[in-house]
Design a protein around this ligand. Structure first.
Ligand SMILES: Cc1cc2nc3c(=O)[nH]c(=O)nc-3n(C[C@H](O)[C@H](O)[C@H](O)COP(=O)(O)O)c2cc1C
Length: 249
């Protein structure tokens, strides 16, 4: 058994529940390579020494329950290596009978790469939520969204992604972007607004910028290329009035 586990490319641990606090009685080489703990350092300890500040308490409770009920469990839990590095551990624990005695075998796989990506995506969503108030449908073809806080290149890309996704799913004909609460880091980049306008146009939707100061309105109107004129309004109400009159509603 030990030989088999030692040759395994998956990290493995055996614990003995007949002893106080279910200590480790065997670790394989992959466990040592993955966590940095030698067998001597791990033997005799409960595996919870891999846990730390960011380990999710509810996951630990699930493990405890499965062990008490002697049923297999697989989950992903945040653990720490000997050098303090946090890693996402896909942990599987199952009871086994060896020569009439019960033991537990645990296998560990470092799935940090995949889970970091998930965390990054979640962070992006939080970021865009900070920048954008929820998009509101005003009627079945007209939507409005207010931007708040600071705008930078990364946030701008997220904004385009979110807006075009929304326009596509909801078949929006008119999208109002209110920039009253927006703080552009280097003035208001007109090119960026034009870029949004062009993307929405390709999707059959028209962009209206509201909350525009007279100075910005003048700058936007000065653009000589007629296909690059952005419709601006000082308030959302004015834009709605314009859209409804123009469409005979
Ligand atoms: C075979 C086996 C392997 C385990 N491996 C790990 C592990 O890699 N990481 C971890 O956080 N917990 C692991 N545990 C769980 C802990 O040892 C402990 O059971 C868990 O923290 C719940 O108990 P507690 O609430 O008393 O701490 C393992 C348990 C067993 C039985």
């Amino acid at each position: 058994m030990q030989e088999m586990l030692d040759g395994s490319r998956v990290s493995a641990i055996v614990t003995d529940p007949a002893q106080t606090d279910n200590p480790i009685i065997f670790t394989n080489r992959t466990f040592e390579n993955m966590t940095g703990y030698t067998q001597e350092e791990a033997l005799g300890r409960n595996c919870r020494f891999l846990q730390g500040e960011e380990t999710d308490h509810s996951s630990v409770m699930k493990i405890r329950k499965a062990i008490a009920e002697r049923v297999p469990i697989t989950l992903v839990v945040k653990n720490y290596k000997k050098n303090g590095t946090l890693f996402w551990n896909r942990l599987s624990i199952r009871p086994v009978m060896i020569e009439g005695a019960r033991y537990f075998i645990g296998t560990q796989t470092d799935v940090s790469v995949q889970y970091r990506q998930i965390e990054e995506l979640q962070c992006k969503d939080t970021e865009i939520e900070r920048l954008m108030l929820p998009i509101m449908m005003i009627d079945d073809k007209l939507a409005a969204v207010s931007l708040v806080g600071q705008m930078n290149e990364e946030r701008f890309s997220l904004l385009i992604e979110k807006l075009s996704g929304f326009v596509h799913v909801n078949e929006v004909d008119h999208m109002m972007l209110d920039i009253t609460g927006l703080d552009w880091q280097e003035g208001t980049p007109i090119d960026r607004l034009l870029e949004i306008q062009q993307i929405l146009e390709l999707m059959g939707s028209c962009l209206y910028i509201t909350g525009v100061s007279p100075k910005l309105a003048r700058n936007l109107a000065m653009n000589k290329n007629p296909s690059q004129v952005i419709k601006t309004f000082s308030s959302i109400q004015q834009a709605i009035y314009y859209i409804r009159v123009k469409n005979g509603k």
